[in-house]
Design a protein around this ligand. Structure first.
Ligand code: NCD
Ligand code: ZN
Ligand code: ZN
Length: 434
């Protein structure tokens, strides 16, 4: 039998690379074998084939903040970074908190996206009663317990009720864990990154995480703690129950305030970058099988917006395009294993969101990124595709994909995007299929 498409190369299966073929029909992987025949046969003999990544935490700013990013520019950046699927956050304008706003967002996304996508709806003090209805159109929910860029707040007192309702939807809920009351006590005038760290200390993160764990205890809701930033939180989450997951960003695990220019507003992000011992602990949680997900928290702001006074400059850094390429370089250098990297960026994000992606196995989407591990490049803002036009990782070594396939179709070919906006589909999840 001949498959629609066959990709051949060093394929990552189980724990290592094997020279073999992947057969894809109607967008799905139908065979993984030493030799396969295809109507179209792509040979990547010296390159490696890995599942394309899934970034469960991006802010593509569409609608309302499209000077910073759009679905089109954000998803272009994603595919150039080896990512075939993103999940977009609800702190846009208007905020994604109702069915009608979601419908509009889906409309724009369906015309603009280059990769597949899911959308989160925000849960606030005002819409939490509509959660079950909203779950029909959103792939998951987001809760902000403390304010950050254009955020939507939920009072921790509402958490038990919200988890009760979420239990009926089976959708995952992702949380920005910084406690608003705690932040009120600690927040101060900020002149630099150290002030920002003291203004939003690890204590406010652990306070929020404790509230979340307590409120979720009686409900079987998949709960994901976003962008964990401190070793205190890692300790709290060490013996977490199943279905509670947490993510770490590239910036929290690779950057720290002991070795950055302190007054540089570009590195202002929530939760803040911390002293180096936190960074080391976070990287170790990623590399040593503790953390569940590597998420970019791609939060683009223009340089002219960042160049305000420190105290009023917006928080957030871009990162969707550099996340996997930076970590592939670290895997080549044996700072993290390829197997861990694939769990963190492919397998676990797909499990958490319930999508059939992230593994090179029969039945999964033919989402594949191809890398030439001999070709190490240096990150520079000019080569990236976000509207932010800057990166906190300028000058870092990275390996970008030469080719990316989504559902078996070539999207990046020899380093160039060859698809039109609108190629990306909204994902169907386990719950939709049930
Ligand atoms: C994010 C943004 O700009 O939307 N900012 C940030 O500092 N991380 C919001 C968020 O994820 O907290
Ligand atoms: Zn956040
Ligand atoms: Zn975020």
């Amino acid at each position: 039998m001949s498959h629609d498409i066959v990709l051949e190369g060093n394929v990552f299966i189980q724990d290592s690379f094997h020279q073999c073929c992947i057969g894809i029909d109607d967008g799905r992987i139908t065979a993984v074998k030493k030799i396969l025949k295809g109507d179209v046969h792509h040979r990547f003999s010296k390159k490696v084939l890995m599942p394309a990544g899934c970034d469960i935490h991006v802010h593509f700013r569409d609608p309302g903040l499209t000077q910073k990013e759009t679905f089109q520019t954000g998803s272009t950046a994603a595919v150039y970074g080896g990512i075939s699927c993103i999940f977009d956050m609800p702190n846009t304008l208007p905020q994604t908190t109702s069915i009608s706003i979601l419908k509009d967002k889906i409309n724009t996304a369906s015309r603009s996206m280059l990769c597949d996508y899911g959308l989160y709806a925000g849960i606030t003090d005002h819409n939490f009663k509509d959660v079950i209805e909203i779950a029909r159109m959103a792939q998951g929910f987001k809760i902000f317990l403390g304010s950050t860029t254009n955020s939507l707040l939920l009072s921790p007192l509402k958490l038990p009720l919200v988890f009760e309702m979420l239990a009926q939807t089976k959708r995952p809920v992702l949380c920005h864990a910084e406690d608003a009351k705690c932040l009120k006590r600690t927040q101060r005038m900020e002149k630099d990154l150290k002030d920002h760290h003291r203004s939003r200390p690890p204590l406010c993160e652990t306070t929020a995480i404790k509230d979340l764990l307590r409120a979720r205890a009686d409900h079987d809701v998949p709960l994901h703690i976003c962008h964990v930033s401190s070793k205190d939180s890692l300790d709290l989450l060490k013996d977490r129950p199943t279905k509670i997951t947490y993510g770490i960003t590239p910036h929290h695990s690779l950057l720290n305030i002991d070795s950055l220019p302190l007054s540089d507003t570009r590195y202002k992000v929530n939760p803040p970058l911390r002293p180096k011992e936190h960074m080391h602990a976070l990287f170790e949680a990623l590399s040593k099988d503790q953390a569940d997900v590597l998420e970019s928290d791609h939060a683009p702001h223009l340089l002219k917006e960042k160049n305000e006074e420190f105290n009023t400059a917006p928080s957030g850094v871009p990162g969707v395009e550099t996340m996997i390429p930076l970590f592939i370089y670290l895997a080549i250098k044996e700072k993290i294993s390829f197997s861990r990297l694939i769990d963190l960026t492919c397998v676990n994000p797909a499990k958490l969101t319930g999508i059939r992606k992230g593994s090179l196995k029969v039945g999964f989407d033919g989402d594949i990124a191809v890398y030439d591990l001999r070709h190490i490049s240096t990150v520079c803002a000019e080569m990236l595709h976000s509207k932010a036009e800057w990166t906190p990782f300028e000058g870092y070594n990275a390996v970008f994909p030469t080719n990316v396939f989504i559902r078996g179709s070539s999207v990046i070919e020899d380093g160039e995007c060859i698809r039109r906006p609108g190629f990306g589909n909204q994902v169907r999840t386990r719950e939709d299929n049930d």
